[in-house]
Design a protein around this ligand. Structure first.
Ligand SMILES: Cc1cc2nc3c(=O)[nH]c(=O)nc-3n(C[C@H](O)[C@H](O)[C@H](O)COP(=O)(O)O)c2cc1C
Length: 348
């Protein structure tokens, strides 16, 4: 299969690969720019992006807004390619963060973990493109119906399947019992829906497949189901350019498939992570949340097994913590470079 370029509105990526946003602090400007320099789309994670700002503990929202500006600027200094920002619709202050990224002229906002219904209003009158993440045709239909009320359509749709990393748009029992549709099946359904919208509105909306993509063959199979782009995250973790601490990258290199776990995240969704001491200890014993960053609505620090922000920040900085991962880690066994990962994907 010859990979075609990926067009999202007036943006053209020479290769149809989007590096998936990885929070907290795993995909920042360095990784995103490296992927964009190879012709793909690099995604900065905007989730708790201010965690290294000196005032983060006291003023997390201000620190995050400042860091959004800084990371976009740093990425622009390193690349002329396409840079996206990933923000989770379930987070507190989501709209403020999206607005800031749009003000900083981000090319594309990719958003899931909840329905990103506010996006059309937040990018109105700007050139920023919007790509909601869905895990079913039903969710895509709800989003499109809502966007049309604003006279807008998504510029692309990311379909995230059950093998993805981080939060998953499936029910806990579906994940534990593996009673879910495959990514290929969901892509096919979403493509059918999008195909109708494309004909009705004479517009092109690429469908991007995500979750467990590891080889060129995986991409070819998904392309047969209608995918025009591929969002890949886990393969970019063990790279020199990834923004995470070395220990985080080594956890990927050393992990076996048996160490993959499905956990209930305090966000209220299932999530896929590597079995770490932090995770087993807190799931068995619980832990005391000493600092609440108020990152999510409906999160009660008294009842959650662990604080998601603290767990993810600790891991990003190399301490024992929460390490999200996509499925099929066994094939990932060395630290390489973004160039090597991409050329293996497109040339193998
Ligand atoms: C470490 C890690 C962190 C992630 N964080 C986020 C996030 O903050 N927001 C989001 O929408 N997706 C997040 N994801 C999902 C990815 O963006 C991507 O869609 C998915 O992992 C693709 O599957 P793959 O990792 O098997 O390639 C994360 C994935 C990983 C591995």
């Amino acid at each position: 299969m010859k990979l075609k370029e990926l067009k999202i509105g007036n943006l053209t990526a020479a290769i149809p690969i989007i590096q998936g946003g990885m929070g907290i602090g795993i995909s920042l400007s360095n990784l995103a720019a490296a992927v964009a320099n190879e012709g793909g789309i690099g995604t900065i994670s905007g989730v708790q992006i201010g965690f290294r700002e000196p005032d983060f503990a006291a003023n997390p929202v201000e620190a995050n807004l400042r860091a959004i500006g800084k990371e976009i600027k740093k990425a622009r200094e390193k690349t002329k390619g396409i840079i996206a920002m990933n923000l989770m619709a379930a987070m507190n202050n989501y709209e403020l963060y999206v607005k800031k990224a749009v003000e900083e002229k981000i090319d594309l906002i990719i958003s899931g973990a909840g329905l990103p219904l506010a996006l059309p209003k937040l990018v109105e009158g700007t050139s920023t493109k919007i790509a909601p993440i869905v895990s079913s045709a039903k969710a895509a239909r709800i989003i499109i119906k809502s966007y049309l009320k604003h006279d807008r359509l998504p510029d692309a749709v990311v379909v995230e399947g059950p093998l993805a990393g981080g939060h998953l748009g499936f029910k806990m029992d579906e994940m534990l019992e593996k009673k879910y549709a495959s990514l290929k099946e969901i892509v096919k359904e979403v493509k059918e829906l999008i195909g109708n919208i494309e004909s009705e509105h004479s517009i092109k909306i690429p469908v991007i497949a995500a979750g467990g993509i590891r080889t060129k063959e995986d991409m070819a199979e998904l392309a047969e189901s209608g995918a025009e782009g591929f969002q890949i995250a886990s393969l970019f973790v063990p790279t020199v350019e990834c923004d995470a601490h070395e220990n985080f990258k080594l956890a990927y290199v050393n992990a076996t498939d048996e160490e993959e776990m499905i956990i209930k995240s305090p966000v209220g969704m299932p999530a896929r992570a590597i079995r770490t001491k932090f995770l087993t200890d807190s799931l068995i014993n619980g832990c005391t949340v000493s600092k609440c960053y108020k990152c999510m609505p409906n999160c009660n620090p008294m009842t959650i097994p662990y604080c998601i922000s603290t767990g993810l920040i600790d891991a990003a900085e190399g301490r024992d913590g929460l390490i999200f991962c996509g499925s099929k880690l066994a094939g990932i066994n060395k630290i390489s470079t973004v160039k090597e990962v991409i050329s293996k994907l497109i040339n193998d």
